[in-house]
Design a protein around this ligand. Structure first.
Ligand code: ADP
Ligand code: ZN
Length: 721
């Protein structure tokens, strides 16, 4: 009798597929099945099911990788929740969460641990594995002989897993072959840090969400470290999430110094497929106690999870904005609940979501209000009204004067603007024609050094045109300022200064960043022109002046979160100045000096900013005071996308307290040759919202079958709204 199994496959279908096998396969087993004529990797999701189609059509599972633990029960639950919550097909969600290395229909090689084991009393009294399992048997024989085993490649690659398994059964003891190094760099926490530490440690074995609110340099990281040390000492593991941009060598070496004996896996976008697979499996087998990683690391299976830290929790990179649109911060809270452990969200400028939750006492707020180092002072923030000023290549008189002074005093300055390239637009001086991307609703950015116009959204490139295609005029002018243009201008104004530019274009090689850091640290630079890449994470002790150029763009934006993002961004950049002994200065050029955001920024008063912002969100019935989902559609023509959404809505009966807005074109209508529209569903009750979204998802699924040009997607808790 064949036994039917439902498997998760990497396909965009909401249902699971049924395959047969002669024996019952355990849930989570990795298998290979034929799908549309090709072998594909799948995971057993349910076994012994009733066939849902004609039995003669059900195909057999072709390969079974048993003896290969790949997932565990917690992980399965996490993925089921993720798929359900974000309305994304389960199979495709599973394959987003596992490392790509596991998608190949090949056996996995498990990582080798450098842990050493010895059989203990309980182990000695166990029955030996059967002799025909030759490798297993040999392993056991060696242990019986009293040999200490450092699960090594030369015995068997899977030895690692057997050894860990036997250790779990309590048959093996780990033999320490390392000296526990004295912790280097542990600091004595100040009172505020200690209070935070104490509050978290008080609930180490229960689920609780903490919002650790403290300005840059206030000692949040040291506070995490002390809590982590406590968690490790209880034999538990830690998941530490942070934005890619903050995952710096500087931070990693702090980890390594503080926890030299903790086995650790680091997962980021530069990890290779192989490394990712090894780290994933090592975590699954309980070989790592600390997983540090960016958003995808939230899906790492971790044994004995005792704490989750989400550093810079406000950062929008925790949200994936395509396919499985998950938010790693929100999922980590779910995981903490599952593991019954605390989760710390840390930030100098918490997301309004977290701030609101703390106000409503769903999260416990812990504040650190002072900078940790005694001499480190908060920078002074000055606002420069440039409304009626004539600027020199985008720079105000005051900016130039401060840069000049700092140069004379031998200080290091940062000129910050969040726009790379030479100029954000190229115009015809005669007829006003501007060069836009043929695929996107965006202007082409002028990159003069490589002689190209480039779209920063779809990467479309053309050579710099020499005349206007509309009127033939050859007098084309670059409008606005990018980092390259500012760099050129500064070189003219300060011919003797040593100037460097730091943005995505200037850091194309792996070692570029290191070179810049070396130069900064050995005082070989006077002025850095840089984008966001510089604003976060890095600590440059010498930096004592920051000037901010185009801050105003966000204040005109229709994006709900534009102000929130700007405030966070400017607090970040400001936080770069004067982290050590010298007090820093920050000068912000703006045409809108009366905007309240600058008032709060000057006093570095996040709370006041957040209160105001919350009031306005409440008035607009916007998140976090309400819950929102976006249902999106795109097509070659906007009309088709709009019609698709209109047709969807007409088939929905709305319950009370759920509202639909739209359809309307998205803020950026055209992207990569497709035109985009959306509707928003809003409710103050999550369950109601989700039920409605479920209905909408089904209708969209049905409608899309007949309209092949339309792509549609659901975005729960969207960032852009
Ligand atoms: P944050 O994570 O909030 O930016 P950090 O934890 O990195 O702050 O601390 C900023 C600096 O202050 C670091 O150099 C850190 O070593 C130091 N520091 C933090 N806490 C203390 C303390 N209690 N005593 C002495 N130095 C501290
Ligand atoms: Zn484009």
């Amino acid at each position: 009798m064949p036994i039917y199994h439902q498997v998760a496959l990497n396909i965009p279908l909401f249902k699971l597929m049924t395959y047969r096998h002669d024996e019952v396969l355990a849930i989570g087993t990795r298998v290979v099945v034929p799908f549309r004529g090709k072998p594909k990797v799948a995971f057993i999701w349910e076994n012994q099911v009733e066939p849902d189609i004609d039995e003669s059509k059900i195909l057999p599972i072709t390969t079974v990788f048993d003896n290969e633990p790949c997932v565990n029960q917690d992980w399965i639950e996490l993925l089921e929740f993720t798929a359900r919550y974000y309305h994304y097909p389960l199979g495709a969600s599973v394959f987003t969460a596992i490392p790509t290395g596991m998608r190949k229909p090949k056996p996995l090689s498990y990582p080798v641990v450098d842990k050493t084991f010895q059989l203990n009393e309980t182990g000695l009294s166990q029955k030996s594995p059967p002799e025909h399992h030759r490798k297993l048997f040999a392993l056991w024989q060696a242990l019986i002989a009293g040999i200490k085993l450092t699960a090594a490649k030369n015995i068997h690659e899977r030895a690692t897993c057997y050894l860990t398994k036997w250790q779990e059964m309590g048959w093996l003891n780990e033999v320490s072959n390392q000296n526990i190094n004295p912790k280097e760099g542990a600091v004595k926490l100040n009172q505020q840090q200690f209070d935070a530490y104490q509050a978290i440690c008080d609930s180490l074995n229960t689920f609780k969400t903490f919002l650790l609110f403290g300005i840059t340099g206030s000692g949040k990281t040291e506070t995490y470290f002390e809590v982590m040390a406590e968690v490790f000492s209880q034999g538990k593991s830690v998941l530490f999430l942070l934005p890619e941009i903050n995952l710096t060598e500087q931070l990693l070496s702090r980890f390594a110094k503080r926890f030299p004996d903790i086995s650790c896996a680091i997962l980021h976008s530069r990890s290779s497929d192989g490394e990712r697979t090894q780290d994933y499996l090592a975590a699954l087998c309980g070989q790592v106690q600390l997983v540090i990683g960016t958003r995808l690391a939230v899906f790492t299976p971790i044994k004995n999870l005792g704490l989750i830290v989400v550093d810079e929790e406000h950062d929008s990179s925790f949200k994936q904005d395509n396919e499985l649109r998950y938010n790693a911060r929100d999922l980590s809270i779910w995981r903490a609940k599952q593991a019954q452990c605390p989760v710390i969200l840390g930030s100098a400028t918490p997301s309004l979501e977290s701030f609101y939750a703390a106000q409503n006492k769903r999260y416990q707020l812990l504040s650190i209000t002072r900078r940790a180092k005694e001499n480190a002072r908060l920078p002074e923030i000055l606002i420069d009204n440039v409304r009626h000023q004539k600027l020199t290549e985008g720079l105000s008189e005051r900016t130039i004067k401060l840069l000049q002074q700092n140069l004379e005093n031998g200080g290091l300055s940062l000129v910050y603007l969040n726009r790379r390239g030479f100029a954000p637009a190229l115009f015809c001086g005669d007829c006003g024609y501007s060069f836009t991307c043929p695929n996107c609703s965006a202007k082409m950015v002028l990159h003069r050094s490589v002689r190209h116009l480039r779209c920063h959204h779809c990467d479309h490139q053309i050579a710099i045109p020499s005349f206007c295609p509309d009127c033939g005029n050859t007098d084309l002018s670059a409008v606005g300022f990018g980092t390259q243009r500012i760099e050129d201008a500064l070189k003219k104004i300060f011919p003797n200064a040593k100037i460097a530019r730091v943005d995505r274009d200037s850091l194309s090689h792996k070692n570029d960043w290191q070179e810049i850091c070396n130069k900064i640290n050995s005082c070989q630079l006077d002025i850095i022109v840089g984008t966001q890449i510089l604003a976060k994470g890095h600590d440059f002790k010498q930096l004592n002046l920051v000037t901010v150029l185009n801050a105003d763009g966000s204040l005109y934006s229709a994006d709900l979160r534009a102000r929130e993002k700007l405030f966070a961004e400017l607090m970040q950049v400001a936080g770069r100045a004067g982290r050590d002994k010298s007090a820093g200065k920050v000068l912000i050029q703006t045409q809108l000096p009366d905007n309240p955001i600058f008032h709060d920024l000057q006093r570095q008063d996040y709370i006041s900013f957040a209160q105001n912002e919350l009031d306005s969100r409440r008035a607009f019935k916007a998140p976090p005071c309400t819950y929102v989902a976006a249902c999106r559609a795109d097509a070659p023509q906007l009309d088709d996308a709009m019609q698709f959404l209109r047709d969807t809505i007409t088939q929905i009966t709305l319950p009370e307290n759920v509202y639909i807005y739209g359809p309307a074109p998205q803020l950026m209508v055209r992207l990569s040759g497709r035109e985009r529209a959306q509707i928003f569903i809003e409710s103050t009750q999550r369950t109601l919202l989700h039920n409605t979204v479920n209905d909408i998802a089904q209708v969209m699924e049905q409608l899309a079958k007949k309209r092949h040009k339309i792509h549609h997607a659901i975005d729960i808790d969207p960032i852009e709204c």
